[in-house]
Design a protein around this ligand. Structure first.
Ligand code: ADP
Length: 343
């Protein structure tokens, strides 16, 4: 709240205002109910729409009451604020004008995420759909030789698969985030799932060599949902293959760390630019460079992995060097032998 007392020509602000406008900070300790004097010029510097705010302020100083709200952002979008003005009267005397600054940062962020989601989903759906539409139209209208027919059908098939994957990934994320995903946990040796997934993905590639680096003398017991573990390992191994387009080794390892199990999937492929690292586990995020973009995907795989790991009280992390390769590391609580005996 900012209070402009017209007669005394003083401008006062409360603690919340001082918290948002750091440039107003003063040394002394301030109780949240005390109003402190404000120098408006210092506030102006922090506002991204400085001119509009100054003009609004000027109106208020001149004793006018600007209509409607003014939307502002502060410190290059750190805060989003809505401002409105109200006259204050004591008796029938006008005392001043109050400016109320509502912090709408959270609402603004939700709005931004919603529109980003809609635009990404529609973009991701449009590309495969227009290709399916185009190829079926060609096949309907023209007499094509069998070889070409087969090629077009293959494309339609691949694109339908992409659509199905996208929709099921999307539903998966939705279910997980709304807490409707149920996990049926049981105790089993993670090495079996790792072996199974390695075999499955090795069968689909000739360019890559999938290697298991596991101390066979150990057990890697987890209390987890088997299907989710399959999905987690599958997503990581599939990515390691996908983002090593020239082929190469993929090393999958399991080790014990105190009472945790570490699963790591290492590749020697494209790597990830450091600027992309903070966003990797966000929904729909895909690295925006030509090498990665050429490779199909939904940008949902890693956010699903993160959600699965979270539901199992674990942790997922990534290290990568651009052009050299990437390693994803997952930590999961291990089940100790004593616990099983107690069961
Ligand atoms: P996608 O469906 O795009 O593969 P993910 O959520 O699985 O979605 O991954 C997000 C992005 O992270 C990918 O688009 C890719 O740019 C990058 N990425 C994931 N795994 C790797 C990897 N092993 N090597 C290089 N980049 C990767």
């Amino acid at each position: 709240i900012l209070y402009i007392k017209h007669n005394e020509k003083t401008i006062l602000g409360n603690q919340a205002l001082f918290d948002i406008f750091e440039s107003l900070q003063v040394e002394e300790d301030n109780d949240s109910m005390t109003f402190l004097e404000v120098r408006p010029e210092t506030m102006f510097e922090q506002v991204d729409q400085q001119e509009a705010f100054e003009a609004y302020f000027e109106e208020v100083l001149n004793g006018e009451l600007p209509e409607g709200m003014l939307s502002l952002s502060i410190d290059q979008g750190e805060y989003f604020i809505q401002v409105y003005a109200e006259k204050i009267e004591l008796g029938d005397q006008s005392d001043g004008t109050i400016l109320v600054f509502r912090d709408v940062t959270a609402e603004t962020e939700v709005d931004r995420m919603k529109s980003e989601l809609v635009s990404t989903v529609s973009h991701e759906l449009r590309t495969p759909l227009s290709s399916i539409y185009g190829f079926t139209e060609l096949m309907l209208k023209r007499d094509l030789d069998p070889a070409r027919n087969k090629r077009y059908l293959q494309t339609i098939h691949d694109e339908s698969k992409r659509l199905t994957d996208l929709v099921s990934d999307f539903l998966n994320v939705q279910r997980m985030e709304s807490g409707r995903q149920s996990y049926e946990k049981e105790v089993f040796d993670l090495i079996d799932t790792v072996r199974e997934q390695t075999r499955f993905y090795q069968a689909a590639t000739e360019k890559h060599r999938l290697q298991l680096d596991v101390d066979e003398a150990h057990e890697f017991l987890v209390n987890a949902d088997k299907n989710s573990m399959k999905q987690l390992i599958g997503n990581l191994v599939n990515n390691a293959i996908k983002y090593s387009p020239d082929g190469g080794d993929v090393v999958i390892s399991l080790t014990h760390h105190h009472n945790q199990i570490e699963l790591s999937v290492r590749d020697f492929g494209l790597g990830i630019p450091s600027s992309a690292m903070p966003h990797l586990f966000s929904k729909f995020y895909r690295v925006d460079n030509s090498d990665s973009r050429k490779i199909g995907g939904t940008g949902l795989g890693l956010s699903i992995c993160k959600e699965i790991v979270r539901a199992h009280d674990g942790n997922i992390d990534v290290e990568s060097i651009l052009g050299e390769g990437t390693v994803f590391k997952v930590l999961l609580p291990s089940v100790s032998d004593t616990l099983i005996e107690m069961d």
